[in-house]
Design a binder for this molecule. Structure first.
Ligand code: ZN
Length: 210
């Protein structure tokens, strides 16, 4: 086991306003009430009375990633791996995120791989890492980079690969209404970037697991 305190390059700290100027729960509920009224509905009718409180509770869940530290999640590693030095790949990690431009859902899956350098992390930690970045306001490209860079910086493996495929509510539910459109993003670091055969192996594993 080892614990690292190095701060990765990617911004992991919540970039929202600090505790001092963060709106209160009741201010957030009032804001939802205003949006509800703006739709043209009657905010005083029975069905909508508890909606602002429910929406704020739901937002707490959607955006719970701001309160969690991805570096800490990865800080417990195992070094007794009997010299295991092959690729570790976790495929089809499902997530729900929200786009920072429309606050519309981004629904998709992430495939995460690394080539260990003496140390490995518990596999559930890879899924937790995806979850922490998903539960923030995002754009898919940024989320892909944050996951890859954090893994690289904290674990310092020989390489990292992250691929994300997702559909974006802002495209499927509105705007151009392309229901089937999937955005695919990837970030390859170290061996995955430099060695074509490592990259091919990763791509063929996730292709088989789909
Ligand atoms: Zn959007």
């Amino acid at each position: 086991m080892s614990s690292k305190k190095t701060s990765p390059v990617a911004p992991h700290k919540a970039s929202h306003a600090g505790a001092d100027n963060r709106p209160s729960r009741s201010e957030a509920e009032s804001a939802v009430r205003i949006l509800l009224g703006w739709t043209g509905d009657d905010v005083t009718r029975e069905g909508l009375q508890d909606t602002p409180a429910r929406v704020v509770r739901a937002y707490e869940e959607y955006f719970s990633g701001y309160n969690k530290d991805p570096v800490k999640i990865l800080s417990t590693t195992f070094s007794e791996v009997e010299g295991y030095d092959e690729m570790v790949v976790l495929t089809n990690i499902q997530f729900v995120s929200h786009c920072e431009h429309h606050m519309a859902p981004i629904i998709g899956k992430a495939h995460v791989a690394y080539l260990p350098n003496k140390r490995v992390v518990g596999i559930s930690k890879l899924a937790r890492l995806v979850e922490i970045f998903a539960k923030r306001l995002q754009i898919q490209e940024k989320m892909t980079a944050q996951i890859a860079d954090t893994l690289q910086d904290v674990l310092q493996p020989q390489g990292v690969a992250v691929m994300i495929e997702a559909s974006h509510g802002c495209m499927t539910m509105r705007g151009v209404h392309k229901h089937e459109a999937n955005l695919v993003t990837s970030r390859m670091l170290g061996a995955f970037r430099n060695d074509p055969s490592t990259r091919r192996e990763f791509l063929s594993i996730i292709e088989r697991k789909k």
